[in-house]
Design a protein around this ligand. Structure first.
Ligand SMILES: C[S@@+](CC[C@H](N)C(=O)[O-])C[C@H]1O[C@@H](n2cnc3c(N)ncnc32)[C@H](O)[C@@H]1O
Length: 252
């Protein structure tokens, strides 16, 4: 079991998964080589699962949208991008990137049933103490035939080792951002989605090895946030034991 007694941000000591960490790390969101770099790689992979909107009114509801990192990857797909998050400092940045923001909890979203053509839940379920409630909300928001896309961390020993013990020692993941007790068992997630009318498929993903090593080297050498740099891609893996994507449509 990892030590979950308390975690230092550059500003203060906070418990693991404390949402105030996102305020302390607010300047990191949009730095391509910053503490949230891997969220950019994941956002691109998540957006690739989203087809173009079918009507000009289609809403994409982005649960736990953070600073709106999904927004550039949705450009041209024709959605109204609505982001829901607890963290005001992140929402302000999301708004600057064209997202219509709603401050709220993913477990009690102040939006109407069936309003969304797409619900995205990227790297958020593993931060929500009642992830089942957030899944119920995601499914409630979807219109019949609507698409749920997500990525999260599996509730396995391997995920704790790789995402927390190793990942949080690398510059790809902020230290203490996760509480591994909240990680989401993939089979339980599939079952929960099915209970709410969404038939979810899952597959493991990981950052490509070569691109990630090049990225780490560049970062160690102070290559910095120069624009135009290619970032590592997320690629499918045979095992979903660590990080996995899910996608599925709501019946009805
Ligand atoms: C790891 S970040 C992911 C952000 C974004 N989805 C992305 O991939 O760039 C997790 C986000 O979830 C938000 N969050 C955590 N718990 C939440 C909750 N219960 N309801 C809404 N947002 C939440 C945090 O404020 C943070 O912005």
């Amino acid at each position: 079991m990892p030590d979950v007694s308390g975690v230092s941000t550059p500003h203060r000591v906070l418990p693991p998964n404390d949402p105030r960490q996102y305020d302390d790390l607010a300047d990191e969101w949009w730095r391509p080589d910053g503490a949230f770099a891997m969220l950019h790689w994941l956002a691109r992979a998540r957006a690739a699962m989203v087809p173009p909107a079918s009507t000009p009114d289609d809403l994409l509801v982005d649960l736990g949208c953070g600073a709106g990192l999904l927004a550039p990857h949705l450009a041209g797909k024709g959605y109204h991008h609505v982001g829901v998050d607890l963290t005001r400092s992140a929402l302000d940045q999301a708004a600057d990137h064209g997202v219509t923001v709603v401050q709220g909890d993913a477990t009690a979203v102040p939006l109407t049933d069936g309003c969304a053509a797409v619900v995205s839940a990227g790297e958020v379920l593993e931060h929500v103490p009642d992830w089942r409630r957030a899944v119920a909300e995601a499914c409630r928001l979807l219109r019949p035939g609507g698409l749920l896309v997500l990525d999260t961390l599996n509730d396995t020993l391997l995920a704790r080792l790789i995402a927390v013990e190793l990942g949080e020692r690398l510059p790809t993941v902020p230290r203490g951002i996760h509480d591994p007790r909240l990680f989401v068992d993939a089979s339980a997630l599939v079952a929960e989605c099915a209970r709410h009318g969404v038939s979810l498929e899952v597959r493991g993903v990981r950052p490509e090895v070569g691109g990630t090593l090049a990225w780490l080297l560049r970062r160690m050498r102070g290559g910095g946030d120069r624009p135009g740099r290619t970032e590592p891609r997320m690629v499918p893996t045979r095992s979903a034991a660590v990080l996995y994507q899910g996608w599925g449509r709501r019946s009805g």
